[in-house]
Design a protein around this ligand. Sequence first.
Ligand code: ADP
Length: 496
Amino acid sequence: MTVDIQITRHPYLDGKPKRMYIDGKWLEAASGKTFDSINPSTGEVLASVAEGDAEDIDRAVAAARRAFNGPWSKFKPFQRQALLLKLADLVEQYFDELAALDTLDMGAPISRTTGNKLRALGMLRYYAGQAVSIHGETIENSLPGEYVSFTLKEPVGVVGAIIPWNGPLTATIWKIGPALATGCTVVLKPAEEAPLTPLRLAELCQEAGIPPGVVNVVPGFGETAGAALASHPDVDKVAFTGSHLTGQKIVQASAGNLKRVSLELGGKSPDVVFADADLDAAVPGAGMAVFANSGQICSAGTRLFVEKTIYDEFTARVAAFSKTLRVGNSANPDTQIGPLVSAEQLDRVTGYLAIGRQEGARPLSGGERLTDGDMAKGYFVPPTVFADVNDDMRIAQEEIFGPVIAAIPFASIDEVIERANRTGFGLGSGVWTRDVTKAHQLARGIRAGSVWINCYQAMDPAVPFGGYKMSGYGRESGKQHVEEYLNVKSVWIKTA
Ligand code: ADP
């Protein structure tokens, strides 16, 4: 356990209410309403934030449309690239402040949020590269006579971006980066649990000289602001990251104008450990595949399949590893595991801890909320390993979004592939083995958007990430991501 410390002075937390950013202006909600953003390590209020709803979404979408039809449409790729590079420089300049804001607002340890620097800056600079790499094709056709046929790639238009709270800085960059690269405009709705970093990033967009209306940030709740954005008739595309249940609502809400939708949803990802693996690497690897960010990562490897011959030894070692992790206030540089994001998330995760015990699973570590000392004021759950789990238990089927491993024994390759796929989700997956044949068999056999072999959660701006099955559709990162923000137009010219 760590000693509690506070980041007492954060330059953004000046006691003033935080306004929304629409059309290059900082505005109160049309209703005048506000909500509080809470530090989950301490339960303290960090800031009061303007609470947007349908009327504010209307204003923001109108601004985004005006910008899309106006001067922004004339910006050359080099100009959009320059803006992204300028924004990257500003994020670099203020990175420590942005990381600390993520830590305070959603509870990821400061070691984790500062560790995201390479990724956050790399993403912006990658999209800056993509801004000057957009091109159609000249396509030979077989029509009689002389026709030239080619394609243009055009921005889809106004994008509604809805993000969760589990990594506000990178989630915001993941939405506005491709929009700026392609010439779209954005209305971003941050999660109600963690609106502060997206708002601070909007200040940096303004400072970078991104024209009014191109990036708008409207904080508010899902059922009001989020739903209004998802159903808005003048939004051309929704880019959503969050739970599969909300994803289903987004798809329904999008039907009115059949807007494009991309969905990055939840998971119940398998992580498969063979007896021949380098266990010294696999123990912390499989552990952190779940415990990182207190399990609040959509691709966490929460179904830990362990080959029978090493099941007892391996699960005991992961449990022992979990007990070495320092849980505490996320502002403390020594903290490895911070709190869950909210009281609601705490209830959800502790509910699953009780369900796991009722189902007959055996906790080898953790298993109860932590309330020692100041931790009682926050939302702390220790890393937990459940052994004796079978495939049908709810803790093996449902996404918990907490630091909870369900460890399941297996006997053969074919069996583990079939069981790994026995879930509605398909986001991430892991394999730990020294045998290249097994590694290939699993890489082909697992139905998921990412397979990590002898590692977990490796991410890069150039490598696509996304789901199979109920983990969603569309890809983020890589060329595929940029395509999600583009329309293809075919042009025919009769030349003779
Ligand atoms: P999580 O469990 O990660 O909070 P949610 O899917 O509930 O996942 O939330 C992700 C984002 O979706 C948040 O910004 C939230 O406000 C928003 N949201 C929630 N419900 C809706 C809805 N009905 N329509 C649009 N957005 C929503």
